[in-house]
Design a protein around this ligand. Structure first.
Ligand code: 6PG
Length: 474
């Protein structure tokens, strides 16, 4: 087959993401191919754009249709399936060909695959892809990591299919080995935290301030026109107006209050704990999704502890909503700051060679956590590429200070009235300790030494010390 007629890009896995990405690639003038074991999916793909996209159920024909070096991207469920597909691919690819794993793979798996494939002479890119169906079709944000030479080969295609923000594509090489999947994992951790904050905000407006759905919709609409503008606020605005044809209430009211997850939030918390790096707002978001699954237990407890003990809120809703905007801003900053701090630490420990400004830059569009505030984050890291924590940046510091009052007021009002705001409270508690030069951790050290002779260090003195505490004061 003449190379000119061959396909420039191959996709394995023709689910929603795979088939939409292929259409996006084809829109940008590239011939491409898709492979799936499902004949239905392949048949559906073959109807989309037959001039530019070919579907295959035979692996050999699929691979044979690609120009060299062959570029094959996997969009299949994370885990064993990825290993299985790679194994199959190694029988048909040649050394020098490029495999891209575009799923939400765990970064430890990506490290292993990268090493194995490099040893065997294949190029491997672990790439986070964000933006859901619409992103895949019209422009996702992509976080490739691993083999940089291979990235340079696929860069022209990825650059064209990415979303564009102010003329810049939302794709860039992230760093070595599993850097791309690590960055995507943290993206998802931040996504979990912001979704939890939005759900707590909805709870305050609905059950704390007793607002009607249309009033809540209006608040999210207004917020989306201001500094809180973001994809997640935007879709929440729409959800809060969505009624099924003929229905007198929101579809949202019919949806079960049990949140599911595929694991990337949990992995973020696990990875952070392994690095001893605190991200409590993400941890709490993961835990609250888990708590939501205990519906029966919650139902029993709701009877045992009816909510009659709270004081009643003052009913100046405008003022409360103003405070809530400040609180949301504060906690949202904290969610991004904790996520970026994790990336900063992971970069030191895993030597990924990440550039945090580049990460902020490619998150400004296409991905689920895109927001106006990412411009400020981008600016902060452009000013100081080595910035350890966003709270230290002077512009962010000023805005945080101005919104502290709001989060204090919301957390205290809500807790007084029995409205659960664990993510807001975690953001505030994290902040109050973050700015605390003298945390009460000295007491923890004393306790550890008391019951386990774990020793402690003293202010202004070298070495470690132990005390026989039970012997009394000396
Ligand atoms: C994205 C999303 C996506 C993720 C879903 C569902 O960036 O496009 O992060 O990758 O799979 O949001 O995640 P959960 O099922 O864990 O909520």
């Amino acid at each position: 087959m003449n190379t000119e007629h061959k396909n420039a890009f191959g996709m394995i896995g023709l689910g929603t993401m795979g088939s939409n990405l292929l259409q996006n690639i084809a829109d940008h003038g590239y011939k491409c191919a898709g492979y799936d074991i499902s004949t239905d999916k392949v048949a559906a793909l073959n109807k989309l754009n037959p001039e530019a996209i070919q579907g295959f159920t035979d692996m050999n024909d699929f691979i044979d249709s690609l120009s060299s070096p062959k570029v094959v991207m996997l969009l299949v469920p994370a885990g064993k399936i990825v290993d299985g597909v790679i194994e199959e691919l190694l029988e048909v690819l040649e050394k020098g060909d490029i495999i891209i794993d575009g799923g939400n793979s765990h970064f430890i798996d990506t490290d292993r695959r990268f090493k194995d494939l490099e040893k065997q002479g294949y190029h491997f890119i672990g790439m986070g892809v964000s933006g859901g169906e619409e992103g895949a079709r019209r422009g996702p944000s992509m976080m490739p990591g691993g083999d940089q030479n291979a990235y340079e080969i696929v860069k022209p295609i990825l650059t064209k299919i990415a979303a564009q923000v102010k003329g810049d594509p939302t794709v860039a090489y992230m760093g070595e080995r599993s850097a791309g999947h690590f960055v995507k994992m943290v993206h998802n951790g931040i996504e979990y935290a912001i979704m939890q904050l939005i759900s707590e905000t909805y709870e305050i407006l609905k059950n704390g301030l007793h607002m009607r759905p249309d009033a809540i919709h209006t608040i999210f609409k207004e917020w989306n026109e201001g500094r809180l503008q973001s994809y997640l606020i935007e879709i929440t605005r729409d959800i809060l107006a969505y009624k099924k044809k003929g229905s007198d209430h929101l579809l949202l009211d019919d949806i079960k209050d049990e949140a599911k997850s595929k694991g990337t939030g949990k992995w973020t918390s696990q990875a952070a704990m392994d690095l001893n790096l605190p991200i409590p707002i993400i941890d709490i978001a993961v835990s609250m999704r888990d708590l939501s699954k205990y519906k029966n237990l919650r139902t029993k407890a709701s009877k045992l502890y009816p909510d009659s003990e709270g004081t009643h809120p003052s009913h100046n809703n405008d003022e409360q909503v103003h405070q809530l905007e400040l609180a949301f801003y504060f906690a949202m900053v904290s969610a991004y700051a904790q996520g970026m701090h994790l990336l900063h630490r992971a970069n030191e420990v895993y030597d990924y060679k990440l550039n945090l400004d580049v990460i902020a830059k490619i998150w400004r569009g296409g991905c689920i956590i895109r927001s106006k505030f990412l411009e400020d984050i981008y600016g902060a890291y452009q000013n100081n590429a080595k910035l350890e924590h966003l709270f230290i940046d002077s512009a962010i510091h000023q805005n945080l200070r101005e919104s502290t009052q709001g989060i204090r007021s919301i957390v205290s009002e809500a807790t007084q009235n029995g409205i659960a705001v664990p993510a807001f409270a975690a953001a505030l508690g994290y902040f109050d300790n973050f700015r605390n030069e003298n945390m009460p951790a000295n007491l923890i050290q004393a306790q550890r030494d008391y019951f386990g002779s774990h020793t402690y260090e003293l202010k202004g003195k070298e070495g470690t010390f132990h005390t026989e505490w039970e012997a009394g004061n000396s």
